[in-house]
Design a protein around this ligand. Structure first.
Ligand code: ADP
Length: 174
């Protein structure tokens, strides 16, 4: 991967709802009507306006993305994407890559310069972090190379273990 693109990716440990970026990405479910995990945390932090806007969207299929306002969040926008439920089939990787790609496509269309991603599908949806990380980093790297207006993409990990997996991969990506 181009070192200049690699430098535009960062990793953090903590709560994505507190990130001071133009957009945070939500690992949503297909209803877009809220759930647990990072989705619940984002809706709690954004306030009821977010759910009201999500109700107007009519859901989101797996692999696609939708954009809303950020309401009470520091981030001006939330990009909601629906990751695959891990099944062990080759389609998992394609759908997970589509989440990162479609989120960044929406970001580019909406003049977003800084964006933060959680580990999509790696919670309730059961995707192993060691398999998801290279898909996330490689797809984001490819999209950043195509979209120079997106200056920074952050991966925000909740656990120490996930942080370690991302740090190691970013030091030595394929
Ligand atoms: P999914 O249903 O796509 O698996 P989850 O919300 O269950 O989504 O989990 C996705 C990842 O987000 C998990 O690795 C989980 O530990 C992490 N996570 C949960 N809450 C937060 C938060 N506030 N900030 C960042 N990451 C979070």
């Amino acid at each position: 991967m181009d070192p200049a693109v690699l430098k535009r990716m960062e990793v953090f440990q903590g709560d994505i709802t507190r990130m001071a970026v133009d957009a945070i990405v939500n690992a949503a479910n297909p209803s877009l009507l809220g759930g647990g995990g990072v989705d619940g945390a984002i809706h709690r932090a954004a306030g009821p306006g977010l759910l009201a806007e999500c109700r107007t969207l009519g859901g989101c299929p797996t692999g696609e993305a939708r954009i809303t306002g950020g309401y009470a969040l520091t981030a001006r926008h939330v990009i909601h994407t629906v990751g695959p439920v891990y099944s062990g089939k080759p389609s998992d990787a394609l759908q997970l890559a589509a989440c990162y790609e479609n989120s960044l496509q929406l970001a580019a269309e909406n003049h977003i310069r800084t964006i933060a991603f959680p580990a999509i599908s790696c919670g309730v949806y059961g995707y192993p972090i060691s398999e998801a990380c290279p898909i996330a980093v490689d797809t984001v790297g490819r999209m950043l190379a195509e979209h120079p207006a997106i200056k920074k993409a952050a991966f925000v990990l909740f656990s120490n273990q996930a942080l370690g997996v991302y740090r190691r991969y970013l030091e030595n990506p394929d």
